[in-house]
Design a protein around this ligand. Structure first.
Ligand code: RB5
Length: 142
């Protein structure tokens, strides 16, 4: 299960990502927001982050205008490694090196074509399981 959330600044891109997840037959839960009315990104960041931290969702996708506020908020939740990615290289690297469990993007930064490539890479790249990366992730948690 993939948890997905956005504020108003990320709503339009979230709809594109949802259409993509449906097309791929991937299960997801939309934690809001549900329209483009102005709202507060921490609410949606925390909802998705807790769902991932508690095991209800394996991974999450969060989108606000820049991706910055929503990623900062998600990273306050213990066990969350939320990576703000606006390129495919970073999306691949953060899965391999950081075992990132939430992807954040800015709906006002990337277009849907690139965003969907980033989502695809994030969802399909496994963690490397290399000792040095495990050690560093453990240091984050300590
Ligand atoms: C909302 O206007 C905007 O501040 C928000 O979407 C996000 O970019 C914050 O980091």
């Amino acid at each position: 299960m993939i948890g997905i959330g956005s504020d108003h600044g990320g709503y339009a891109l979230k709809q594109e990502v949802i259409a993509y997840l449906k097309e791929k037959g991937l299960e997801f839960k939309d934690f809001g927001c549900y329209d483009e009315k102005s709202c507060d990104y921490p609410e949606y960041a925390h909802a998705v982050a807790h769902a991932v931290a508690d095991g209800e969702c394996e991974k999450g996708i969060l989108i606000c205008g820049t991706g910055i506020g929503i990623s900062i908020s998600a990273n306050k939740v213990k066990g969350i490694r939320c990576a703000l990615c606006h390129d495919v290289f970073s999306a691949k690297a953060t899965r391999e090196h950081n075992d990132a469990n939430i992807l954040a993007m800015g709906g006002r930064v990337v277009g849907p074509g690139l965003a969907l490539m980033i989502v695809d890479t994030f969802l399909n790249t496994p963690f490397s399981n290399e000792e040095r990366h495990i050690r560093r992730i453990n240091q984050i948690e300590e």
